[in-house]
Write a protein that binds this ligand. Structure first.
Ligand code: GDP
Length: 200
């Protein structure tokens, strides 16, 4: 199917961007991944692309302040946004990244969808809602991707989904559909690949 074909093709790291003037031309359909640090973003990008070392699984504040661009096939970019919600990141670092993030989200015409990653064990937190509010303001449609589904007990699943649904109802830019994934077990990866492949 279409998603498998796209992701079986060429995926390459293009560049890490630290300022707006470093962005590549907006000449490809683009999707971005956002999430709290440790949510499983690197693991998900690696699992989606089948390339283990592609997204660096580094959680050190400072090393992860870049917007990383990957080329996907010949007409798409996959964009890895810096993880947010570091407990003890310096204020100046947080402010710099917020400025860059705001400028990127507000000014990127080719950005078709943001995926907001949420740890399925924890549901949404206030920092996630801050990103969602920013996406609303920037009119960037976003979809929640639940991560680490393999760690959730079945009886905890429905209450967690209800909590996230309640959050999404407050955000006009949110898609109501969520994608439940496990990078470990492979759940949801084909669905997410197909979503990315079919965006126009
Ligand atoms: P990032 O900071 O968002 O890039 O998070 P990482 O991808 O580095 O993952 C953080 C931690 O969660 C690591 O210890 C991963 O092995 C673990 N992890 C990520 N995805 C999964 C998953 O689907 N299932 C399980 N059980 N653990 C995961």
């Amino acid at each position: 199917e279409i998603g498998r074909k796209l992701f079986a093709g060429d995926v390459q790291f293009l560049k890490g961007v630290v300022a707006m003037d470093g962005l590549p031309p907006a000449d490809r359909i683009e999707v971005c991944f956002a999430g709290r640090s440790n949510v499983g973003k690197s693991s998900l990008i690696n699992a989606l692309t089948g390339r283990k070392g592609l997204a660096r699984a580094s959680n050190t504040p400072g090393r992860t302040q870049e917007i990383n661009f990957f080329t996907l096939g010949d007409d798409r970019y996959l964009v890895d946004l810096p993880g947010y919600g570091f407990a003890n990141a310096p204020v100046a670092v947080v402010e710099k990244w917020q400025r860059l993030l705001k400028a990127y989200l507000a000014g990127r015409a080719s950005l078709r969808r943001a995926f907001v990653l949420i740890d399925a064990r924890h549901g949404t937190k206030s920092v996630d809602e801050e990103i969602m509010a920013l996406l609303d303001q920037s009119a960037v449609p976003f979809q929640v991707v639940l991560t680490k589904a393999d760690k959730v007990k079945s009886r905890d699943m429905e209450p967690m989904l209800a909590q996230v649904r309640k959050t999404l109802a407050k955000h006009p830019a949110a898609f109501p559909e969520m994608v439940l994934t496990s990078s470990e077990k492979g759940d949801g990866l084909a669905t997410l690949r197909a979503v990315i492949a079919t965006l126009v």
